[in-house]
Design a protein around this ligand. Structure first.
Ligand code: NAP
Length: 257
């Protein structure tokens, strides 16, 4: 079923990881995709996302975009005009940032994390909302939070702060944009296997993962496709009466602790 036929999406941080999974699933469902990322090459290796999508028959392009820069987000949204204008914005780009107790953290590292993980979502949302309002599009904005945006994880306090901010921001923006038919939702992944969890904050493939698996009802860590399915639903008309919602994608872990 082509849930996104005729729709154009801008996905930040979609050169690799979860964003790349979302881009592939969106394209499978008929969407044209603007890959907006700070780098074109996937860190995990392989063909750049936009080329992969083109090879598979979808319309796609890459736009260099640092989400901490509002003008870059505006340019990424404008690039969607090439494919008929933006219908869906996925604010996915993020980093794990400092992984020390707050008392040991350099505040510059904290500010950098916030500029990407929280400001980046605000920038992308504002740029997309302005374009959707101008075009009169009943669009969908999906913001990437985390289970760390629901419960506090010591050791990554700046990350938790940003992701909690994304959750509340999503609800507030849904309230503002609902009357114009624009839906805004958040997604909260648990542990998903990407370079974030294999390299930046090594967990997947370590002893820690083995210890954690019994606490996950579905007994496995997630894959980018697991998150992509939920984002595709929220982006599509199947979710036409869903806004100001946040969906946990963690194999059931958080709600069974
Ligand atoms: P990832 O594999 O590191 O992919 C993130 C992508 O975003 C990369 O392509 C990265 O480029 C890009 N990026 C980094 N900084 C950027 C910036 N300033 N502007 C634009 N793009 C930027 O991470 P992921 O695991 O897919 O994470 C995607 C989102 O899911 C993040 O918001 C993350 O917080 C969230 N999340 C992940 C997990 C998990 O377990 N993996 C769990 C919960 C939530 P480079 O590779 O060149 O840096």
């Amino acid at each position: 079923m082509s849930l996104l036929e005729g729709k154009t999406a801008v996905i930040t941080g979609s050169s690799g990881g979860i964003g790349r999974g979302i881009a592939r699933t969106f394209a499978d469902h008929g969407a044209s995709v603007v890959v907006a990322d700070i780098s074109e090459e996937p860190r995990e290796g392989g063909t750049p996302t936009h080329e992969l999508l083109q090879e598979e028959g979808a319309e796609s392009m890459y736009v260099e975009c640092d989400v901490s820069d509002y003008d870059d987000c505006v340019a990424a949204v404008e690039a969607a005009d090439e494919f008929g204008g933006i219908d869906v914005m996925v604010n996915n780009a993020g980093i794990v940032g400092p992984q020390d107790p707050l008392v040991d953290i350099d505040l510059e590292d904290y500010r950098n994390l916030i500029s990407i993980n929280l400001d980046g979502v605000v920038h992308g949302s504002k740029a997309a909302a302005l374009a959707m309002l101008e075009q009169g599009v009943h669009g969908s904005i999906v913001n990437m939070s985390s289970v760390a945006g629901i419960t506090g994880f010591g050791g990554i306090t700046p990350y938790s702060a940003a992701k909690g901010g994304v959750r509340s921001f999503t609800y507030a923006l849904a309230s503002e944009l609902g009357p114009d038919g624009i839906r805004v939702n958040a997604v909260h992944p648990g542990i998903i296997e990407t370079t974030m969890t294999t390299e930046d904050s090594p967990f997947v493939g370590t002893e820690q993962e083995e210890k954690m698996l019994p606490t996950i009802p579905l007994r496995r860590v997630g894959q980018p496709e697991d998150v992509a399915g939920v984002v595709t639903f929220l982006a599509s008309d199947l979710a036409s009466y869903v806004t100001a919602e946040s969906v946990i994608v963690d194999g059931g872990q958080l709600n069974t602790q």
